[in-house]
Design a protein around this ligand. Structure first.
Ligand code: DSN
Length: 420
């Protein structure tokens, strides 16, 4: 298997053969497998260089111009660059680029606006929500009173009248839109209208679709939502991390809830990587990439359907789809499917489908996304091939000879599409 690490010039190889072996194995794994996890992507060499740079050496608690350490001029420049680029990319009033993750970003917004015990209306985890939106064992679910909305059983899409009804009944202080596994366009304007009618604020978590929003391929919540959070590493294709955008009125509070509220020193190597990723996202080629992500997702969903599969809600408007395993492979659970496909070199994650009768550890669904394969340059022919390989593995019930045959096809395909 090919790997891009040249161990003769690697500093890691020179000092730590065990770490080197692990790193080389991961490079080889990423090269030799088809990555369909909807929340993962492959960053550019420039972003990778930034996150492995001397910026990792520096403490910079505080914000540009107001740090608690000396020697921060370059940190200030990097953070200002990242913030300015976010504003240009999304058209927001204020940006905080310090959150270590999307969960940190969300928690900071909770702390900026809510008191413990306040009511939050958010999407049920089993219908595609996120753990930081109120899961019982997450701090969001421990501290706040969470009321959940789900998808409509018929359409498997949001029922905005029902969300409106729940908002009027429970009078939340915050309504969260955004999801981890929702394949359809989200009507952010309607969420804002509902929130404002009941005196709530609107937090839109666009972690999954940020790249689509940045390129106007999905409606933006920035004009109407008070808070917009995202990760930077999914469709946005930057380094691992989080980001908060908000209206000017909330800027001070949000900043203070990130630091010193829940974080100390920002990960400045990640902030530099974010700045670079935002510049990349401002280029016309990024819009072309996002359009191809969408085209590939539609093509893959259609190809899976043409093999007799059911796709939750009938299809996809974004970068991901949920495959209902019960139609074509009734005895196969999501965990079986995930394991067999991984042996074949196809990486997916098991996922609950709405109204799933199986437990979260098993599930009846797979979540499948196209950001990473699209980054490698794959298109409609490869989506057809992926649908066929996936179907053969699942139909075989994990038969080793089928898995091995598909693994060979996967390796051949991957060799044609190098990692960035
Ligand atoms: N874990 C991410 C995902 O896979 O969607 C969300 O944080």
């Amino acid at each position: 298997m090919t790997t891009s690490i040249d161990s003769s010039s690697s500093s890691i190889a020179a000092v730590d053969s065990e770490a080197m072996e692990i790193l080389a194995a991961e490079e080889a794994r990423q090269h030799g497998t088809i990555e369909l996890i909807a929340s993962e992507n492959h960053v550019s060499p420039a972003v990778r260089e930034a996150v492995g740079s001397v910026f990792t050496n520096k403490y910079a608690e505080g914000y540009p111009g107001k740090r608690y350490y000396g020697g921060c001029d370059n940190m200030d420049a990097a953070e200002n660059l990242a913030r300015d680029r976010v504003k240009k990319l999304f058209g927001c009033d204020h940006a905080n680029v310090q959150p270590h993750s999307g969960s940190q970003a969300n928690f900071a917004v909770f702390l900026a606006h809510l008191s413990p015990g306040d009511t939050v209306l958010s999407l049920d985890l089993s219908h595609g929500g996120h753990l930081s939106h109120g899961m019982k064992v997450n701090v969001s679910g421990m501290l706040y009173n969470i009321v959940s909305y789900g998808v409509n059983p018929e359409t498997e899409q949001f029922d905005y009248d029902e969300i409106h009804r729940l908002a009027k009944e429970h009078k939340p202080k915050l309504i969260i839109s955004g999801a981890s596994a929702y394949p359809r366009t989200i009507n952010f304007d309607r969420f804002s209208e509902i929130a404002h009618e009941v005196g709530a604020l609107h937090l839109a978590d666009i972690a999954h679709i940020a790249g689509l929003v940045a390129t106007n391929l999905h409606p933006s919540p920035v004009p109407t939502a008070e808070f917009v959070t995202t990760t930077t590493h999914k469709t946005l294709r930057g380094p691992r991390g989080g980001l908060i955008m908000c209206k000017e009125d909330f800027a001070k509070k949000v900043d203070s809830r990130i630091f010193p509220g829940i974080q100390g020193g920002p990960l400045m190597h990640a902030v530099l990587g974010k700045a670079i990723a935002f510049k990349e996202a401002l280029q016309p080629s990024f819009a072309t990439y996002q359009q191809q992500v969408l085209d590939n997702a539609k093509h893959l969903a259609d190809a899976l359907k043409s093999l007799g599969n059911r796709i939750v809600s009938g299809g996809t408007d974004n970068h991901l789809m949920l495959l209902d395993l019960r139609t074509n492979y009734p005895d196969v659970t999501g965990s079986d499917a995930e394991g067999w496909l991984e042996q074949a070199g196809i990486i997916v994650n098991k996922n609950m489908i709405p109204f799933d009768e199986r437990k979260p550890i098993h599930t009846s669904g797979l979540r499948i996304g196209t950001p990473a394969t699209t980054t490698r340059g794959m298109g409609s022919n490869e989506m057809d091939a992926i649908a066929s390989m996936l179907d053969r593995v699942l139909r075989s019930g994990g038969e080793q000879s089928v898995i091995e045959g598909v693994a060979t096809e996967v390796r051949t395909l991957c060799d044609q599409f190098p990692l960035p």
